[in-house]
Design a protein around this ligand. Structure first.
Ligand code: MCA
Ligand code: AMP
Length: 474
């Protein structure tokens, strides 16, 4: 199996373009990308696993491409990880070296690793031997309800088959210009957003932020984004009909990572004339369902299962609720397991081998999946990032001013959910900013509580367990 066939006989077509401004953006043709990634792949030969300091830049795309060519497993790292998370991820994944853009100052534990600079201007031939489809391509870290993030091991075969199934759903071809502004250390921005267009031989333009004017000027045929980005885009388009008309010339606007509200669907449709397609997946499963290009999307649904993917709904224990069930899946896009965590891998599967997504859904009459909630209240989706409440609670409990804490996601028009921490202080309440900054030191900035509410006691049941459902969610 060849993961990136367009690099074997590279053409002068643009593969990668980064930057919002036409006068300063950087780009590489397929021939140039093959040269740069080929040179770095040669330097990586014989290695097992490398970390990639995954800034939203051309360098990251070249570094990941090189690792894929070399058959070395890449661990993309959020460049803003806090010290606790970074320490955990490096200890868990044990990369032999780190790939980074020249001149970038790396945080302590990363700086301690041997480093290879990514040089997009270098040139060498692409290695022709490829590892088998079963070889791991990426380890992507994702939060659970408790404990530290887990590394999902994704094989080359899973990535390739999932991208091909998406190409089938969206008629995604070499002619597509994909535009997005997603981070490059998650499945959405990296697998779909970088490896996706490269596998098709098409073009990626990463514009840094999903700004209406920049997007309008990009000539995008496809746009990927999280609901928070589309929500902010809708705000801009309501006062910018020219940009809205230009964006309306795209073939597909695709939203994922969290639910797009019916209100934002309608606003974007009104402004651009396009109906946004939603697709649904997880880091562990890649994409499972998608609204297809040829179908009229039903807002409130995430489309039908991708070709080759099986999705079943298992009735919820003790409930007779009209067709609702736990979403369980099987298929070629699934991960191999959590790195070093056979216990967690086993716990995430049913005895008959289906992966439990933790989402709750129902089928609509047309065969699309509608997601109605999640089984774990301790998972928060904010801005499209999955955040475990337990991880933030543990960080806050390390602050001397915090006696007890419960972290929840509160509905938010912009972020979907925003993180709120209910804190019982040990004595006089510490300043809110101090607690927020404390979390940001240990964890990534998107895990900071947006708000801290001090309280005398947390609601508890007879067993003494905190009942989060009784905390105010307004
Ligand atoms: C946050 N900030 C704060 C606080 N909280 N500052 C002070 N006090 C606080 N309490 C900071 C943030 O760190 C940020 O800092 C700034 O405030 C603005 O916050 P926010 O608006 O959230 O950040 P943003 O930079 O505007 O980002 C919004 C975003 C982002 C672009 C939508 O959330 C994002 O990139 N989301 C994408 C998530 C994603 O890719 N998920 C995929 C995983 P500063 O300004 O310094 O940055 S899911 C997946 O892969 C599956 C397979 C799937 O289905 O796709
Ligand atoms: P992550 O583990 O960060 O990859 O996030 C996966 C979770 O994101 C899923 O379990 C869903 O809860 C959520 N998700 C992804 N896409 C969608 C969507 N289109 N609509 C609603 N939720 C989504």
């Amino acid at each position: 199996m060849n993961l990136l066939p367009a690099l074997l006989d590279p053409q002068d077509r643009i593969a990668l373009r980064f930057g919002a401004d036409q006068s300063t953006h950087t780009e590489l043709s397929y021939a140039q990308l093959a040269g740069a990634a080929g040179a770095l792949a040669a330097a990586l030969a014989g290695r097992q696993r490398v970390a990639v300091h995954a800034t939203p830049t051309l360098h990251t795309a070249v570094g990941i491409t090189a690792a894929l060519l070399a058959g070395v497993t890449a661990v993309p790292l959020n460049p803003r990880l806090g010290e606790r998370e970074l320490g955990h991820v490096l200890a868990d994944s044990a990369p032999e070296l780190v790939l980074a853009a020249p001149g970038v100052v790396l945080p302590g534990p990363l700086a301690a690793l041997p480093r290879l600079d990514i040089d997009p201007a270098s040139s060498a031939t692409v290695p022709t031997e490829e590892p088998p489809a079963s070889a791991p391509a990426l380890i992507v870290y994702t939060s659970g309800t408790t404990g530290s993030p887990k590394g999902a091991v994704l094989s080359r075969g899973a990535v390739a088959s999932n991208l091909d199934a998406l190409a089938d759903a969206w008629a995604w071809t070499v002619d597509d210009l994909l535009v997005h502004a997603l981070p490059l250390f998650h499945v959405h921005g990296l697998v779909l957003g970088v490896i996706g267009p490269l596998r098709r031989g098409g073009t990626l333009h990463h514009i840094g932020a999903l700004d209406a004017r920049t997007l309008a000027g990009s000539g995008a045929s496809m746009v990927f984004g999280v609901p928070t980005q589309y929500h902010r885009l809708a705000d801009q388009l309501e006062t910018d009909p020219d940009a809205a008309a230009a964006i309306g010339r795209a073939r597909l606007l695709v939203s994922g990572s969290a639910a797009l509200t019916a209100v934002d669907h309608a606003r974007l449709h009104r402004a651009t004339g396009l109906a946004v397609r939603e697709r649904y997946g997880l880091t562990e499963t890649l994409i499972l369902t998608a609204a297809r290009a040829e179908d009229e999307p039903e807002p409130g649904t995430v489309g039908r299962p991708l070709r080759g993917t099986e999705v079943r709904l298992t009735p919820l224990a003790g409930e007779q609720a009209d067709g609702l069930g736990a979403v369980e899946v099987r298929g070629p896009g699934l991960f191999d397991g959590y790195l070093n965590r056979p216990d967690a891998t086993a716990a995430a599967h049913t005895p008959d081998g289906w992966f439990c997504t933790g989402d709750i859904g129902r089928w609509t009459a047309s065969g699309a999946l509608a997601l109605v909630g999640r089984s774990a209240t301790d998972l928060i989706k904010s801005g499209g990032y999955k955040i475990g409440a337990g991880e933030i609670e543990n960080a806050l409990l390390e602050h001397a001013g915090v006696a007890e804490v419960a972290v929840v996601g509160v509905p938010d028009d912009d972020l979907g959910e925003r993180i709120v921490a209910f804190v019982v202080p040990t004595g006089t309440a510490p300043p809110e900013r101090e607690l927020v900054d404390h979390v940001a030191t240990l964890l990534a900035p998107h895990k900071r509580p947006r708000e801290v509410r001090f309280t005398d006691a947390l609601p508890r049941n007879d067993m003494g367990k905190v009942v989060k459902a009784r905390l105010p969610r307004d």
